[in-house]
Design a protein around this ligand. Structure first.
Ligand code: FES
Length: 78
C-alpha cells in the first residue's frame, strides 16, 4: 500500500527503513523523501514510524525473554 503518493513510497518501504535504523520521521524523510511533497501523508508517516519502532522494541523484549526461558531450562535441579 502506498504511504506517500508524491514520491511513490510504500508502507513496506517505511517499515524497512525503520528496521534498518532510520527510526525518526526526519531520518526516514532523508532516505526516501516521503512527506516532503504536499505533506498529506505526514501524520500517517509519523504514526507508522512510531508503531514500527514500538514493534521492534517489543520484538527485542520477546526475544530476550525467550532467551532467559531457554537458559532456565538448562538448569538441572537435584
Ligand atoms: S503524499 Fe506524501 S508528500 Fe504528498
Amino acid at each position: 500500500m502506498l504511504m506517500c503518493l508524491c514520491y511513490g513510497v510504500s508502507c513496506k518501504d517505511i517499515k524497512t527503513l525503520v528496521n534498518q535504523g532510520f527510526d525518526s520521521k526526519e531520518s526516514v524523510q532523508e532516505q526516501c523523501f516521503a512527506g516532503t511533497g504536499c505533506g498529506c501523508c505526514l501524520e500517517a508517516l509519523e504514526k507508522l514510524v512510531e508503531s514500527e519502532k514500538n514493534l521492534a522494541k517489543f520484538s527485542n523484549l520477546t526475544t530476550s525473554h525467550a532467551s532467559v526461558e531457554q537458559d532456565n531450562s538448562l538448569i538441572q535441579y537435584p
